[in-house]
Design a protein around this ligand. Structure first.
Ligand code: NAD
Ligand code: UDX
Length: 463
């Protein structure tokens, strides 16, 4: 099958970057990314590529190269579905906030809407690709909708989960560890798989393109995220034991990571993992296990989330305790609000929960993040619905200058590991702060000896 036109529904953190790379690496394919969100599409089409809605190192350069050549952003979902051979679905699949499975199951209403729209519009055979992270066996539901509401055309459903991490999306897409494609074992299914393999083979070595049945592919994505998050919760659990015993979690992580069976990556103790994926996907996994009656399996994975919530709370408690058991009316400066460095994404960022705890203790929070706007910080707090917008507004202030954020503060808390934080003039920050000047390093990025030499009371995670 010669693929010349593909489209992607959902112009978010996955759809946008993934399609930009496909367009760059496959100049013979016209790629259209569609979204219902007009503002988002307008931003992707902004003349100034620095204004595209997602910050990822290297992304704006690629968009500049391919946009208008073979990459297009549009709100015309129907036209895109009608004209293309492969349709990627890359819409959001958040945790349900209502009804059965509330707080655990994935909300599939956006997926179903896409399936119904594809069924209505498609006048010829299509390959529909699940790019979103979905519960195992979702392809069955999509197929049922397509076959029962369509115009009699043939649909092949593939699962092709995305493994990129934010902040390194471009590198991850250019150089993936693997591409996973799941499809039907029938002849038509195998043909569809091959068509998608051929797209990726434009830049990915074929030995890194793995093909499986649909269910294995769907479940592998949830499994990968569960394993990654489990490593962080494991090392974070050890961080508290390190603090009690005089061991240093950085040294422990290095020592165990050199065991090739364990490996060195994803062993960085922190204030807790954030991001739109880990919590949502593990809760979904727990829900699926429970729905099959597998309660021990569910409890095992739920512990990863319980540990992560505990680690965030432990960090805010430590700040309060160390500041003589009261932070009321004290200025606490937050360096970083994003859930990790090199992204403007704040979904489920630990900073939001730590700030919420400290505001409950009547602290004044001063935020500096190189990529997150004041509006976003406020919106994130409002989303928790702990208190009114007015109250949040009165308790949190964002700064464009990190030194101003830290001036007169009783404590600085490092919430994101942005490289620039290490380079700051910490002597200058020390002089501008209340004394004793406390630093709570939620990312273990600062040098304890240097900080203590300046005069800070320095507390890290796990040492
Ligand atoms: P996102 O919220 O950034 O983007 C999703 C977009 O889909 C939004 O812009 C929304 O307006 C649009 N949309 C929703 N319903 C639509 C419809 N019916 N028609 C057209 N547009 C519609 O989400 P994201 O972070 O890109 O994640 C998308 C999926 O990819 C999720 O399932 C997520 O779990 C998965 N995923 C995310 C990451 C990540 O790092 N963010 C990595 C791997 C996988
Ligand atoms: C994750 C997966 O890594 C990716 O494969 C998947 O496609 C989407 O979910 P992402 O959430 O974008 O990616 O970033 P990731 O690098 O995994 O970091 C997630 C969170 O864990 C961040 O808050 C990060 O700071 C934290 N983290 C990561 C740690 O605390 N310690 C570590 O060792 C690694």
């Amino acid at each position: 099958m010669n693929i010349t036109k593909i489209c992607c529904i959902g112009a978010g953190y996955v759809g946008g970057p993934t399609m930009a790379i496909i367009a760059q690496k496959c100049p013979q394919i016209e790629v259209t990314v569609v979204d219902l969100n007009e503002e988002r599409i307008a931003a992707w089409n902004d003349e100034d590529v620095d204004n595209i809605p997602i910050y990822e190192p290297g992304l704006s350069e690629i968009v500049k190269e391919v946009r208008g050549r073979n990459l297009f952003f549009s709100t015309n979902v129907e036209k895109a579905i009608d004209e293309t051979q492969i349709i990627f679905i890359s819409v959001n699949t958040p945790t349900k906030t209502y009804g059965k499975g509330k707080g655990m199951a994935a909300d599939l209403k956006f997926i179903e809407l896409c399936a119904r729209q594809i069924a209505k519009i498609a006048k010829d055979d299509k390959i529909v690709v699940e790019k979103s992270t979905l519960p195992v066996r979702t392809a069955e539901a999509i197929k049922s909708i397509l076959d029962n509401t369509g115009n009699g055309v043939q649909f092949q459903i593939l699962s092709n989960p995305e493994f990129l991490a934010e902040g390194t999306a471009v590198q991850d897409l250019l150089n993936p560890d693997r591409i996973l494609i799941g499809g039907d074992t029938t002849e038509e299914g195998q043909k569809a798989i091959q068509a998608l393999v051929d797209v990726y083979a434009n830049w990915v070595p074929t030995d890194k393109i793995l093909t499986t049945n649909v269910w294995s592919s769907e479940l592998s994505k949830l499994t990968a995220n569960a394993f990654l998050a489990q490593r962080i919760s494991s090392v974070n659990a050890m961080s508290e034991l390190c603090e009690k015993t005089g061991a240093d979690v950085n040294e422990v992580a290095k020592a165990i990571g050199m065991d090739s069976r364990i490996g060195a990556k994803f062993l960085k103790a922190s204030v807790g993992f954030g991001g739109s994926c880990f919590q949502k996907d593990i809760l979904n996994l727990v829900y699926i296990a429970k729905s099959y009656g597998l309660h021990e399996v569910a409890d095992y994975w739920e512990q990863v989330i319980i540990m992560n919530d505990y680690q965030k709370r432990r960090f805010s408690n430590k700040i309060v305790q160390t500041l003589y058991n009261t932070v009321a009316d004290k200025k606490i400066a937050f360096l970083g609000w994003a859930f990790k460095k090199d992204t403007n994404d704040t979904r489920e960022s630990a900073a939001i929960y730590v700030a919420d705890d400290l505001i409950n203790e009547q602290a004044q929070i001063a935020v500096y993040d190189p990529k997150v706007s004041a509006k976003k910080v406020l919106a994130d707090l409002d989303y928790l619905e702990t208190r009114t917008t007015e109250k949040n507004n009165a308790c949190v202030t964002s700064f464009v200058d990190p030194y101003e954020a830290c001036a007169n503060a009783h404590a600085v808390a490092v919430l994101t590991e942005w490289d620039e934080f290490v380079q700051y003039n910490w002597q200058k920050i020390y002089h501008s702060m209340q004394k004793p000047a406390f630093v709570f390093d939620g990312r273990n990025i600062l040098d304890r000896a240097k900080m203590e030499e300046i005069g800070f009371v320095y507390q890290a995670i796990g040492s």
